[in-house]
Design a protein around this ligand. Sequence first.
Ligand code: FE
Ligand code: CA
Length: 546
Amino acid sequence: MSEREGEGQPFRLGRRTFMAGVVAAALASACSGDDDGGDSGEAASNRSTSTAPADLPPLPDNLPAELFALGVASGDPLPDSVILWARIVADPQSTDGGVGAAPIPVGWEVATDESFADVVASGGAAADAALAHAVHVDATGLDADTWYWYRFTVGDRVSPVGRARTAPAADADVDRLRFAFASCQNRQDGLWTAHPHLADEDVDLVVFLGDYIYEEETEDGSAQPYVSPAPVDLATYRQRWGEYRADPALQAAHHARPWVVTWDDHEVANDYAADQPDEGGAAGDATTDEWLTRRAAAYQAYYEHMPLRLDPPDSPDYRINRSVGWGRLAQFFVLDGRQHRSNQECADTAVIASAGPVCEEAEADDRTMLGDEQELWLGDALADSEATWNVIANQTVVSATPFALDVVNLDQWDGYPAARRRLVDDLRDVANPVVITGDIHVAGVASVTDDPDDPESDPVAVELIGTSLSSAFSASLVPIVEATVSELANVHYVEASSRGYVVCELTADELRAEFRYVDTVDEIESAIETGATWVVQAGDPTPRPA
Ligand code: FE
Ligand code: CA
């Protein structure tokens, strides 16, 4: 076990939780590999970067004054812990981050108050150049259902202060959970007008559904031209991540509460499918080896910049599907709809982009969206769940949403009919399944139906489709979508022209989803308004406008 892989050994505990911390640390080192209810499976061991101070490397000379250029973050809360993230970086566009190649000793503290008078957990971690000097601290021994403040230190430099919280105990009756979900923040397509509003929301969690970065070069008319090159390898993915993460409004949204994140395609490249790049895309000519090398680099850069309760990847294969519980009230099932999927079929029948009729090849029973292993995990985890609400954090649209005639978007679940039938089989007996979806840059409310190919059959689950934070939806497609998809029996709401995110409130009786839109992403400041509110009563999968 290397230094950065050692389990947490808090060295300066506050009075209140001293014993709890000792017990938790002992348990943590005794049960290395136990995922403790986080259910992240075999990938969960050895994640912490914490070490006892004696194990920390010496402080390198001549470090710059600013070492937290990308802010801090927290994520994947459990009832007794939360992941704390920082990357020690002065210049995200320089190959070494502006901090050299030596390991850097990092301190961390968790307190019950913003002024850190009552520090309840603390420790040290070694930030290693092999992981871009990122640290993922598993801050254990915390109280359930409690807000905390946290910060990092390197020598006399102190990070921004973040606010994090733990989840309620697994058996707790929870009155309410408020979470926002968001996706698709292409910096070129629009300004980040929505981000300060997301930072200010009164929510316990943000669930991010992917397309956190985009991999393209700067295009004509770019709202925010890139300073980083189009990423193709680890160094350039780090630069692109550094550019996105450097934005103070995005940092503020992370500083305000934990995030639970998954990826979509653009964290690697548009419309990739497992070991195949999009044939028509910039990487379309890559050999499988070249592609998997690139995918491994992209996944590593993802890990390095996100507050994940996972070990770092060590190959192109990186399991990120996992679940996060919120007492008896809610269970989140975080999916990966890109790494394991069958290739998109029927490209030769496509009418425009990836839209076309479902061809015979797409109907094959062995085609998959999630891969066998993730499908099995999801089926078992859903069957085991005792939560009132079961939230599937997903990428592409599940509900049947054909455009005119039988033309569908072949990149969505519509293009994977056998996989969708298996998903619906798993959802049918689950209490209050709710699918939350990103990717498509259109907001909507729809029903996943009992026969998922038939929009007229009975609803099984509600699907809330968030719009994008800034990514564009083609203006020429807006009237087509509004004229066709919105007429379907299972589609209750469509809004294709607005950018923003969704705020959900869950209680034992009700899900309330507020679709929050800014007026424009052409100007950096705009009011935000609730453009629509939809309500789902527990026990009835039919959504209704509030
Ligand atoms: Fe997107
Ligand atoms: Ca795509």
